[in-house]
Design a protein around this ligand. Structure first.
Ligand SMILES: [Zn+2]
Length: 254
């Protein structure tokens, strides 16, 4: 299929980030205007795009995105939208910036207070490998104890230390963070992590003694999903963009 969106790399980042906001809204994974998704600019490792604070995720457009330095100064406020006083959420931005700063591979950071991830965060056993969607996260999740709203600098530094090089940080009593080398990869992980959490909730509430998967197929699945050579999400991302085109025409217009 001919690619009808021929954009500069920077335009593509803004469009992909907008798509992630729209898809997270479409999948009912939002917490109104709270939580954020950020992406590193192609103009340098120290510049990050975030949503204009106050916009619902399904209102985000490429031109409304705010470009900030990693220390939080606004480089480009994006399009100014009526009725919004704040440009960014400083606490939210600091939360994301610390992950981008600590992880050169984190070109996109997604933080969610999604229902399923928050419920599973209370399970002492964490995410159990009951389904293929859960198995893919074997060894990929760091668990972080609750540290209250708006963590201070020291707590943020502890948070990234606990996260280490894992692609998912499951936050007890709170939600989750996923990171990716691309927006597509971070979205893929957030989508499947939430799907796996919902599956676990449904299984544990409806099956008394669920079967545990066993045999060589488990190892095969684990090595398939955790192969670092594979950039996750790239294959289906164009499909997600077409989904948005079909369902929300002009979603990427400004
Ligand atoms: Zn949060």
């Amino acid at each position: 299929m001919k690619n009808k969106h021929r954009n500069s790399p920077e335009d593509s980042i803004k469009r992909d980030l907008t798509a992630a906001y729209r898809l997270i809204a479409d999948q009912n994974l939002t917490d109104t205007i709270f939580t954020h998704i950020t992406a590193r600019s192609t103009q340098g490792d120290d510049q990050i795009y975030i949503n204009r604070f106050g916009l619902f995720f399904d209102e985000v457009t490429p031109e409304s995105l705010v470009l900030c330095s990693i220390s939080g100064e606004v480089c480009d406020p994006g399009s100014r939208l009526e009725g919004l006083s704040d440009i960014t959420n400083p606490n939210g931005f600091a939360f994301h910036a610390v992950v981008h700063r600590a992880r050169s591979d984190a070109n996109c950071v997604i933080h969610l207070h999604s229902h399923a991830s928050t419920v599973v965060s209370l399970n002492p056993a964490g995410l159990i490998g009951l389904t293929q969607n859960a198995m893919r996260f074997n060894g990929q999740i760091a668990w972080y104890e609750y540290d209250g709203v708006n963590p201070n600098t020291e707590q943020l530094s502890d948070m990234v230390q606990v996260m280490g090089d894992k692609p998912i940080l499951a936050m007890r009593h709170h939600g989750m963070i996923s990171v990716g080398r691309s927006v597509a990869e971070a979205f893929h992980r957030a989508f499947y992590f939430n799907k796996a959490c919902q599956e676990q909730i449904d299984i544990l509430s409806s099956v008394k003694n669920p079967l545990l998967p066993k045999g060589p197929s488990v190892d095969k699945s684990l090595s398939y999903f955790t192969n670092p050579e594979r950039v996750l999400g790239e294959r289906e991302w164009p499909g997600w963009l077409r989904y948005l085109d079909r369902k929300f025409p002009n979603w990427d217009k400004n």
